[in-house]
Design a protein around this ligand. Structure first.
Ligand SMILES: *[C@@H]1O[C@H](CO)[C@@H](O)[C@H](O)[C@H]1NC(C)=O
Ligand SMILES: *[C@@H]1O[C@H](CO)[C@@H](O)[C@H](O)[C@H]1NC(C)=O
Length: 413
């Protein structure tokens, strides 16, 4: 009953230096919309990222935290200059009128709100970002001050293995030991100058739990020719259920306790893999908003979804390269806002996420076959059986953020 994501970037360095983000940071007008803009940008990036990942991994299960990836890349954006900054700005969907001063403010307000307002008795969501820099790197003082909570110096050049352990311990702590030994032995060397680590953890409890005694093995249709037995959890209850022609999906909402966060299961018509890709392609911020905001009626639904645990590592480098943010990894990268040293770049980027869905809580996925699209206008309970590949989204309504998302395609993978 938890999901989590971890991202890290490894890098190499050099130095030089001047004013923080702009010639005169103080001249930037504070924009009250900054936080709303942050979430809107994040959502656009999220859907881009999902599409790109689905193209890269068309046959496998997918699970990741777009929220986590976005916040980690924001740190890189704050540190970047020149073309690296422009490329990140574009990929992160930051509009021209948004400046770094306002964005950093919005980032910090979000972070503080999460620390203060944690609904620990209904769910827990932790997102932690940190940029670890070598003690030899000359970090500009202004940035050190502005991002004090996000920067930590470690001695990579003399003791890379100790530094690696410190980062791994930090990640393990944030993820409650769910992600351990994140950075492998050869991941940090005595030439590493910069590591951007990001960890997210979520644990939720269903508002309506699945009775354990009703869980039974059933067939999951991986494809027309392949099926496999998996445990399905079952319950009958009142849920928000809708059919979206625009998305090409039946949609079921499974809320977590506390009601701010829900899992949405998007089940295509019974047409296998293309149905899933079609949903992902059709997802726009507006259509997603319609799913999560529309006050569609609750109705009685018989729900059957697989019980599963999935852990996935995502090779972010090729994915970010496809999305136009590859400059981060080039020799021509520019991190002049962080440091005047030259030659700072990221070696690699890994995102790792895990989800466990069970009767008590956290995520599930779904798909149904029973009735096709529109045809469902039933007086009896609707039936939502996720027994072929489906998309699932863990969504935080107050901020319009997708905390995690995935595709459940193959129980055996
Ligand atoms: C890096 O970007 C800054 C502006 O942010 C620019 O002044 C500097 O010339 C750039 N460095 C290189 C090597 O392009
Ligand atoms: C959440 O709140 C609980 C108790 O109110 C506290 O012990 C815990 O440290 C908080 N967690 C975070 C991440 O701030």
């Amino acid at each position: 009953m938890l999901k989590l994501g971890v991202i890290l970037f490894l890098g190499i360095s050099t130095t030089v230096n001047s004013q923080c983000f702009y010639k005169d940071d103080a001249s930037k007008k504070l924009n009250p919309e900054a936080r709303t803009n942050l979430y809107r940008n994040q959502l656009e990036f999220t859907l881009d990222l999902f599409n790109t990942i689905n193209h890269a991994v068309p046959d496998d299960n997918i699970f990741f935290s777009p929220f986590s990836v976005y916040h980690a890349l924001l740190l890189a954006y704050f540190a970047a200059g020149g073309e690296t900054e422009s490329a990140l700005k574009k990929s992160l969907r930051i509009s021209d009128i948004q400046d770094k001063v306002n964005l950093l403010m919005a980032y910090k307000v979000d972070k503080r709100a999460r620390a203060v307002n944690n609904n620990s008795d209904s769910y827990e969501f932790t997102n932690a970002n940190k940029m670890f820099v070598d003690t030899d790197l000359h970090v500009r003082d202004c940035l050190r001050n502005m991002m004090a909570g996000e920067l930590e110096a470690l001695n990579f050049h003399q003791n890379p293995q100790v530094a690696r352990q410190q980062i791994n311990n930090w990640v393990a702590q944030i993820t409650k030991n769910n992600i351990q030994d994140l950075i492998p032995v050869d991941g940090i060397t005595d030439t590493t100058k910069l590591v951007l680590a990001n960890a997210a953890y979520f644990k939720g409890v269903w508002a309506s739990k699945f009775p354990v005694e009703r869980t039974k093995k059933q067939v999951f249709f991986v494809s027309e020719t392949r099926q496999t037995l998996v445990p399905f959890m079952r319950q009958k209850g009142t849920f928000h259920y809708m059919v979206s022609d625009e998305l090409g999906a039946q949609i079921l909402e499974l809320p977590y306790k506390g009601n701010d966060i829900s899992m949405y299961i998007l089940l295509p018509p019974y047409s296998m893999k293309e149905g899933v890709s079609n949903i992902i392609k059709n997802l726009t911020p507006e259509r997603l908003a319609a799913v999560v905001e529309e006050g569609y009626m609750g109705r009685e639904v018989v729900v059957e979804i697989p019980k599963f645990t999935i852990e996935r590592s995502l090779p972010l480098r090729p994915i970010l390269e496809t999305m136009g943010a590859g400059n981060l990894f080039d020799a021509t990268s520019n991190f002049s806002t962080l440091s005047e040293d030259s030659g700072i770049l990221f070696d690699d980027a890994v995102h790792k996420a895990k989800i466990q869905i069970d009767e008590e809580g956290t995520v599930a996925a779904a798909a149904t076959a029973i009735f096709g699209f529109r045809s469902s206008r039933p007086a009896e309970p609707s039936v939502f059986i996720a027994n072929f590949p489906f998309v699932y989204v863990i969504y935080e309504r107050p901020t319009n953020s997708v905390l995690f998302m995935g595709v459940y395609r193959d129980p055996k993978k």
